[in-house]
Ligand binder design. Structure first.
Ligand SMILES: [Ca+2]
Length: 322
């Protein structure tokens, strides 16, 4: 009886010990798995950070290339160019992104942000010239102005927080300039039809900066832009006619371009609310990294004026429909 009880106790102790060992083994496996996942996450995070710095480094290399060989820009705008970076070479596609209405020209470069009524009026004219009714043009312009300005007072037909917080997915106005034209998707009134109508003629440049126009890259489809920037003084037909009359080799000066427009009854040439030049004013570079862990296209933006080219020092990833 005593021996039997002792064997039973030994058996219980053995089973308990086995359970403890099994539990410890499971815990050890779980801990190892968690550690491996944590290390993998950390490694991926470090890799992503490294890639952002690589992309910035590539953008700096592109800036040096553009600054040192300005004479090559016309060629590089036509075909991709290989740029050496730390991990090899990357193929860069350069685009002249002048000739769009800078939506952020609505914002004055002040703190707190205020808005420029002239730029809002120009934008309204552009919306109307692109086929929007005058009522909708005013509503859309004011809606964007409310989105950008820092105050919470809704303009006529505009939209501030009360409109956005009552949506099925509540949100708030940004109260700052747009980061991208794609931000318009969040602004009240900007449905797919409006975005499709205006996306090729608008861009999100520097706040408080006039739309940059390269007169030698204007196409007939830019005539509504001239109509709006000229505050309606230049009809779309006149704009198309002037663009059609561009000399072979391009206009040599902005003055020569302006002289192509008919003068008004008092002999005055049209005045444009824009910054004009005979060469690209805004350049966009798109590139990928050769050993990227995901297929990402980076976009770096540059500005050009008076023979100088400089980077905006910010890069971003390409988004859907971007
Ligand atoms: Ca606002």
């Amino acid at each position: 009886m005593t021996n039997s009880a002792s064997r039973s106790e030994r058996g219980t102790v053995l089973i308990t010990t086995l359970f403890i060992v099994m539990a410890m083994a499971v815990a050890a496996v779980a801990a190892t798995d968690a550690l491996e996942r944590s290390l993998a996450t950390t490694k991926r995070s470090e890799r992503l950070t490294e890639q952002v710095w690589m992309a910035r480094s590539a953008a700096a290399g592109i800036e040096v290339m553009l600054q040192s060989r300005k004479d090559m820009l016309p060629t590089w705008l036509k075909e991709p160019v290989n740029v050496p970076i730390l991990t090899g070479n990357t193929q860069v596609e350069l685009r002249d992104t002048s000739n769009c209405f800078n939506l952020n020209s609505i914002a004055l470069n002040t703190t707190p942000a205020d808005t420029d009524q002239n730029a809002i009026a120009v934008y309204e004219k552009l919306l109307a010239a692109l086929g929007t009714t005058e009522t909708d043009a005013e509503r859309l312009a004011n809606s964007l102005a409310d989105w950008i300005d820092v105050d919470s007072t809704s303009r006529s037909g505009g939209a501030e927080d009360p409109v956005y917080v009552n949506r099925p997915v509540p949100s708030h106005t940004a109260n700052k300039p747009l980061l991208s034209v794609l931000d318009l998707r969040a602004v009240d009134g900007y449905g797919p039809d409006v975005l499709q109508r205006i996306s090729d003629r608008t861009c999100a440049g520097d706040a408080g900066t006039a739309s940059a126009i390269n007169i030698n890259a204007l196409t007939r489809s830019d005539a509504p832009l001239l109509f709006a920037l000229g505050n309606g003084a230049v009809s779309i037909e006149t704009g198309q006619s002037v663009i059609d009359s561009r000399p072979v080799g391009g206009w040599l000066s902005v003055e020569e371009f302006l002289a192509s427009f008919p003068k008004d009854a008092e002999g005055a040439a049209p005045v444009f609310f824009a910054s004009f030049g005979t060469t690209p004013r805004a350049i966009e570079a798109r590139f990928s990294l050769p050993d990227s862990i995901a297929p990402v296209t980076y976009i770096a933006q540059f500005r050009a004026s008076d023979g100088e080219i400089w980077s905006l020092k910010s890069i971003r990833r390409s988004l859907d429909n971007d």
